[in-house]
Design a protein around this ligand. Sequence first.
Ligand code: GDP
Length: 143
Amino acid sequence: MPVEQTLSIIKPDGVQKNLIGEIYDRFEKAGLEVVAARMMQLTKEQAEGFYAVHKERPFFNDLVSYMTSGPVMVQALAGDDAIAVYRKIMGATNPAEADTGTIRADFAESIEENIVHGSDAAETAANEIAYFFTDEGVCPRTR
Ligand code: GDP
């Protein structure tokens, strides 16, 4: 399995529900290592840029309002097959369709307020990590 990095965001509803530690525990139990982290309040421009791929979707303005409604916790995760491993523990976009025991099944309120973001492919992961972290901001484990 390839060692990969992926970009994770604990969205404003996850931070509001005080789930940072619970979600980090799930990363670690799944074998994912946090290699970069920052808490931040996204600006409208940052949220629009991050979700630019969705700008024609009817929910885009609501999504930007949601993502700027409170602070988020942004992290890069590393591990074997990290992109797929993280998508699996996140669960489906719509929590009603998410597998039992996934983060979204356990904590999300709706298809919009769904607690976490995770990159969906290697190229988007690289772009999304670079959106929030410089090379020096990512600290691959040395032990
Ligand atoms: P993800 O990769 O599972 O996060 O899903 P997408 O990339 O398709 O969508 C990005 C984010 O937009 C989701 O995580 C939701 O927060 C939001 N979203 C997706 N689909 C819908 C929808 O049909 N309605 C609303 N209101 N929000 C949505």
